[in-house]
Design a protein around this ligand. Structure first.
Ligand code: AMP
Length: 281
């Protein structure tokens, strides 16, 4: 397994693979890898001749009061997980390698980024889109793998690829959870014991919503209220949003119909956690 800090190194390897007619799968991550990331790597492993994982805590997608500095990092452990999972190349650039002096070009979007996480993280998706497109240009993958855990990100990347004619196929992968239901996340490491227990309210409240949908409820407001009510029972939880949107356009809906995303963001103490489920009706 090759670990590259330099874009030129990645390009050289990718060129060799392409010359040999090998397909490439890319898994973009911010590192501190867990079973959720591994599920994306496994999917990429199955469908491509070579697998590249990028590990980059992208400063551009963090707001001024967010956790850029404290975001957990452990390259050694990540490299071991990648090696064991059959990854061929890790791309681990420093910010200076990705954003050279004078950098001033961004990828932005008018739709899809205003709701959900876009409300409380106004510059987040601009940073995500920009770095993802850069990674696509560097690695030129045939396929790229994204988790449904970050459902809005998945929708945004799919839209960007379509709008800008990027020749990479975007594959969405299901949410991997802890045994007790908490969606796996690098940010779960911020939680102390009490908060870890309180964090179960996210998956629990979504189960309440899902049960309503399964029982035939199509009124988005009713589903939203049930989820909100369940979260409010947990004193350590503070709601950022509970929203029901069209999964493709990320616009609010009143009636559950078609492909629908039920998404929540909740603060447990200082830690902001997200979770969701998708309904196909
Ligand atoms: P991150 O390192 O948090 O930026 O995540 C990198 C990729 O892994 C994104 O596409 C995430 O959606 C995905 N991912 C993170 N956590 C999970 C999870 N619990 N299940 C599935 N995919 C995940």
């Amino acid at each position: 397994m090759l670990i590259c800090n330099q874009i030129a190194m990645v390009r050289q390897q990718v060129q060799e693979w392409k010359k040999s007619g090998l397909s490439i799968g890319l898994v973009p991550t911010m590192g501190y890898l867990h079973e959720g990331h591994k599920s994306l790597i496994d999917a990429a492993r199955k469908e491509n001749d070579r697998v590249a994982v990028s590990i980059f805590v992208n400063p551009m997608q963090f707001g001024p009061n967010e956790d850029l500095a404290s975001y957990p990092r452990d390259l050694e452990k990540d490299a071991k997980l990648c090696e064991d999972a059959g990854v061929d190349l890790i791309f681990h650039p420093q910010p200076e390698e990705m954003y050279k002096q004078g950098f001033c070009t961004y990828v932005d979007m008018n739709g899809l980024t205003t709701e959900l996480c876009g409300k409380s993280r106004p510059i987040h998706f601009r940073g995500v889109q920009t770095v993802v497109l850069k990674l696509f240009h560097i690695v030129t993958p045939d396929r790229a793998y994204f988790g449904q855990k970050d459902a809005q990100q998945l929708a945004v990347v799919k839209r960007m690829v379509q709008d800008l004619n990027v020749g990479t196929e975007i594959i969405g992968c299901p949410i991997i959870r802890e045994e007790d239901g908490l969606a796996k996340s690098s940010r779960n490491t911020y939680l102390n014991e009490k908060e870890r227990q309180a964090a179960l309210v996210l998956s629990r409240s979504l189960q309440v919503g899902k049960a309503l949908v399964d029982a035939g409820e199509t009124n988005a407001q009713a589903i939203r209220q049930a989820i909100t009510g369940e979260i409010e029972k947990e004193p350590m939880a503070k709601i950022d949003y509970v929203d029901i949107v069209d999964f493709e356009t990320i616009t609010p809906i009143e009636t559950v119909q078609g492909s629908v995303l039920v998404a929540i963001a909740v603060f447990i103490g200082k830690t902001r956690l997200i979770d969701n489920f998708i309904v196909e009706k």
